[in-house]
Design a protein around this ligand. Structure first.
Ligand SMILES: O=C(O)c1ccc[n+]([C@@H]2O[C@H](COP(=O)([O-])O)[C@@H](O)[C@H]2O)c1
Ligand SMILES: Cc1cc2nc[nH]c2cc1C
Length: 349
């Protein structure tokens, strides 16, 4: 992890400014393509190129289990994590459908699924069989959190070596909204009740129980809120650690990364707390229905591209946002300038 963090450079603001000036020469009233123009400027600043290329997106889904699932905090049982991994392998999950739509390769990485997986196409980077139950013990030891971060970094390096120019990171892990909520409350000091949501679909009574479990776990684990790695190890998850590593690696490689929903954004916040320059390499794909997502987005001063009332995970919301990045780069590449098209760029007095 440390070698990766040391390689991270701030985005290239001069390249962003050059993109801003070029946008005003294109045949449209200045600023009229709104957020698409901001996206183009951001992509230029990330890549250092006036006409960046985001073709060949890659989806990486990190899967892991959570000891805290034993406390009845999810609407689904822990076995569903492994069952969904099998579904990813067979191409039947939502992320498979959306990845096919945008021409993305999909890699599934097991960083900590509780059961033994036999699917040969799943990358085996298992650190342990699920985290410890944060109510009774630290979720991970420091060396385990570090190993999971490194698994995330390695996955991004594989994707880049395969020719990827845009990263979509997703996750699958029953009970991971509990881990993410605990981390977010610890990192921001916001009240647990304000950020906990239904996750996969628990009712209000179960949500009250989930809040109590998280409050007790935070009190028992005593993670240092100023030490994001400590918060991640004690309250987090193996897939959340891997996603944190993936965002660090994306920034180190100047690779635009589209952040997905609530769990992904908590991992992104962790990466930014570890190294603030990561923030410039992140694009936020959608706004999840999980109430904590707004708190995590606010902590990152982030405005997501889409608001589709989704709360699935897997990278699904990020994959849906990818065509907007394609549009931003196509605009820079293909639109005519006022000069070239013979259109007067003067507004009437
Ligand atoms: O991405 C989101 O915003 C999101 C919001 C709610 C649930 N999820 C997904 O649902 C699972 C976690 O929900 P839960 O209730 O088991 O904590 C996990 O596999 C996530 O991918 C994802
Ligand atoms: C079916 C199902 C699919 C998922 N995808 C991501 N999290 C999930 C949780 C469940 C329960």
């Amino acid at each position: 992890m440390h070698a990766t963090v040391n390689r991270i450079q701030p985005v290239n603001f001069l390249a962003g400014e050059e993109a801003r000036r070029y946008l005003d020469t294109l045949t449209k009233p200045a600023g009229s393509l709104g957020a698409l123009e901001a996206l183009a400027i951001q992509l230029s600043a990330m890549t250092g190129e006036l006409r960046p290329n985001v073709a060949a997106p890659a989806v990486i889904v990190f899967a892991a289990d959570h000891g805290v699932a034993a406390e009845g905090v999810s609407a689904f049982s822990q076995a569903v994590t492994a069952q969904m991994v099998a579904n990813f392998v067979h191409g039947g999950a939502a992320i498979n459908v959306f990845a096919r739509q945008i021409g993305a390769r999909v890699e599934i990485v097991d960083v900590g699924v509780a059961s033994h997986l036999t699917e040969p196409s799943v990358v085996n980077a298992k650190v342990r069989h699920g985290t410890g139950n944060m109510l009774v013990e630290d979720a991970m030891q420091a060396y385990e959190a570090l190993a999971a971060i490194d698994a995330g970094i390695a996955a991004v390096e594989r994707a880049q070596n395969a020719g990827t120019h845009c990263l979509i990171v997703g996750e699958m892990g029953i009970a991971n909204t509990t881990a993410s909520s605990a981390m977010l409350a610890a990192l921001t000091g916001e009240s647990v009740a304000d950020l906990v949501g239904a996750g996969t679909g628990i009712n209000s009574v179960q949500q009250a129980h989930k809040i109590t479990v998280i409050e007790r776990a935070i009190a028992a684990r005593r993670a240092d809120p100023k030490a994001p790695f400590d918060v991640l190890a004690k309250l987090g998850g193996l897939e959340i650690a891997a996603m944190t590593g993936a965002y660090l690696a994306a920034a180190a490689q100047r690779l635009p990364a589209i952040v997905d929903g609530f769990i992904a954004t908590v991992a992104a916040l962790t990466a930014c707390r570890l190294c603030p320059a990561v923030r410039g390499y992140l694009i936020f794909g959608h706004r999840s229905q999980e109430p904590g997502h707004d708190i995590a987005l606010a902590a990152l001063a982030a405005k997501p591209l889409l608001d589709m009332n989704m709360r699935l995970g897997e990278g699904s919301g990020a994959a849906l946002a990818y065509p907007l990045l394609q549009a931003a780069t196509a605009m820079m590449r293909e639109m005519a300038t006022f000069d070239a098209a013979g259109v007067s760029d003067k507004a009437k007095p």
